[in-house]
Design a protein around this ligand. Structure first.
Ligand SMILES: [Zn+2]
Length: 168
């Protein structure tokens, strides 16, 4: 895995807030996410990364880490091996971080596909899934769509409802 971490002191570890969570993106997180996904997609394959962080208050998680697993991927599919999933879980535990969202690319339009819905990275209530169009070649945040999971169902939510100070 590859990790981007914000250059700042993190809040003290705390229990996961009850959903719905609000995400506060640390400095550079949006830009680092778009860049790593554009690089990993390389115009030809899906890519995925994770947002993780620590609670800043009773409902908000400061997203401090962008964690990019090693994946197997092609134009319109992506899988993460069990050892890589296990390594990520161990990293999150060791660093006392909460995973709050996954972010993945599509070749063209951004939408949560049937396969995405059937095989989420996490099925925890309140976990977010962002989908980025055009293999992440656009400007940071452009065209992203945001979905949230509750009771096994995913529904789209406005990005402003999920992310504090969403740009634009
Ligand atoms: Zn997808």
């Amino acid at each position: 895995m590859d990790v981007f971490r914000i250059d700042a002191t993190l809040p003290v570890p705390a229990a996961r807030p009850a959903p719905p969570l609000r995400l506060s993106l640390g400095p550079g997180v949006l830009e680092a996410t778009q860049e790593v996904l554009r690089t990993e997609s390389d115009g030809s394959r899906e890519a995925l990364t994770l947002w993780a962080g620590r609670p800043r208050d009773a409902s908000t998680v400061l997203v401090s880490h962008v964690i990019t697993p090693v994946v197997e991927a092609d134009h319109d599919w992506l899988t993460i091996s069990l050892p890589e999933r296990t390594a990520i879980a161990a990293y999150l535990r060791r660093e006392q971080l909460l995973a709050v969202a996954d972010i993945h690319t599509h070749p063209e339009a951004a939408f949560l596909s049937d396969i995405d819905r059937q095989r989420p990275f996490s099925s925890r209530d309140g976990f977010y899934a962002f989908v980025i169009p055009n293999f992440a070649t656009d400007a940071p945040g452009d065209g992203w769509r945001c979905y949230v999971e509750f009771d096994g169902d995913w529904r789209e939510v406005p990005k402003k409802d999920a992310v504090n100070d969403w740009p634009g």
